[in-house]
Design a protein around this ligand. Structure first.
Ligand SMILES: *Cc1c(COP(=O)(O)O)cnc(C)c1O
Length: 354
């Protein structure tokens, strides 16, 4: 279930956390698995939307979305640039050949451009030393709206114990000194933990979905509401005797006579196969734990402590309001971002809160 009221709540929470900033809501990768159109509609109160690739933006426009849309990877060729111009999309520019595409553009449109600067992550962006020349080329470009915006991305904003974010902020400030135009630095962790990174535009993703980017805090700790509830049903309840192994590989052996609930969910739906024994799950509203290796279509859960009252058809929550996704991610050796993105195509979410 996708709770659109939670998405709206989390957007207003972002506005509280970053007062006075404009918000570019990041909805790439099918809105982190929540549904591109659902998220775009629920987050219509943002100042703009950001996606990674043009196909995502075109899907939004096709669905009637009139919001500002920014392509975080920009365009790959002249055809994509034509489409971007036609559909009024804004571009990150991070490679010299993207500047050349804009210089060669002959269409009537004027495009908004965000100059991506590599302040230390070393993934995308121009090196600080290249910025003056690139900014001058973009300033002279007929197809580019002036002034251009200036952006960078933080590699470790969730780690307040490391010096790297402060170094990135200094590098970005130095690279952009004297240039006009809006600044954008912070992702979710950056806007919470680094007030100096808030600048003109914040670019939250994970916070909007009600999830904490910090290892030591959950979304609830940040007064966020989980937008995704991943749930299924119990399809079998069985007893196992002490010493019997459960599931592939026998990774869980009953330490005593036990009761196991089998839930209709597995890695074929995006539940992590790496979820360890003991990973939290909620069965019929009560806390329980994964027991045995998750398989493609099924999950075995230790419900020994449940005193009766459990039935086939009972609701199982994998994550959501009852089970913090951050805890499932930690028990699975991954991050919540990957979990929501990987919820499979076999899963159909209902929408609530519209
Ligand atoms: C994905 C992304 C974000 C959002 O990151 P969160 O950690 O989800 O807030 C912001 N900026 C860029 C460039 C991104 O790629």
């Amino acid at each position: 279930m996708i709770d659109t009221a939670a998405l709206r709540h989390n957007l207003s929470r972002v506005r509280e956390l970053a007062p006075g900033c404009r918000v570019l809501a990041v909805i790439k990768a099918n809105a982190y698995g929540h549904g591109l159109t659902t998220a775009a509609e629920a987050l219509a109160g943002a100042d703009g939307l950001a996606v990674a690739r043009i196909a995502e933006a075109l899907a939004l426009r096709e669905g009637g979305c009139r919001a500002r849309i920014v392509l975080l990877q920009g365009v790959r060729d002249a055809g994509e640039l034509d489409a971007a111009a036609h559909h009024d999309l804004e571009l990150f520019v991070h490679q010299p050949w993207q500047v050349a595409l804009l210089e060669d553009f002959r269409g009537p449109q004027i495009l908004r451009v965000w100059l991506k600067i590599d302040s230390g992550m070393h993934r995308l962006g121009f090196a600080p030393a290249e910025v003056p020349a690139v900014a001058a080329r973009l300033a002279a470009c007929r197809a580019v709206a002036q002034p251009i915006a200036l952006a960078t991305h933080l590699a470790d904003a969730e780690r307040t114990d490391l010096p790297v974010t402060a170094a990135q902020l200094r590098a970005f400030a130095a690279a952009t000194a004297g240039l006009r135009g809006d600044r954008s630095i912070a992702n979710s962790a950056g806007l919470v933990a680094w007030p100096d990174a808030r600048a003109d535009w914040v670019r939250p993703g994970i916070l909007l979905y009600g999830i904490s980017p910090f290892a030591d805090r959950t979304g609830a700790d940040l007064a966020l509401l989980p937008a995704m509830t991943f749930e299924t049903e119990v399809i079998a309840i069985r007893g196992v005797t002490a010493g019997e192994r459960v599931g592939y590989g026998g990774t869980w052996t009953a330490p005593h006579d036990a009761r196991i609930a089998v839930a209709a969910v597995g890695y074929g739906d995006g539940y992590p196969r790496s979820a360890a024994n003991g990973t939290p799950v909620s069965v019929a509203g009560r806390p329980a734990a994964v027991a045995g290796q998750p398989s493609m279509d099924m999950l075995t859960i230790d419900v020994t402590d449940f005193a009766g009252g459990l039935a086939v058809g009972d609701r199982v929550e994998l994550w959501g309001r009852e089970v913090p996704i951050e805890r499932v991610a930690a028990a699975s050796g991954t991050i919540a971002y990957e979990l929501t993105c990987r919820v499979g195509r076999r899963v159909t979410f209902s929408t609530r809160g519209a």
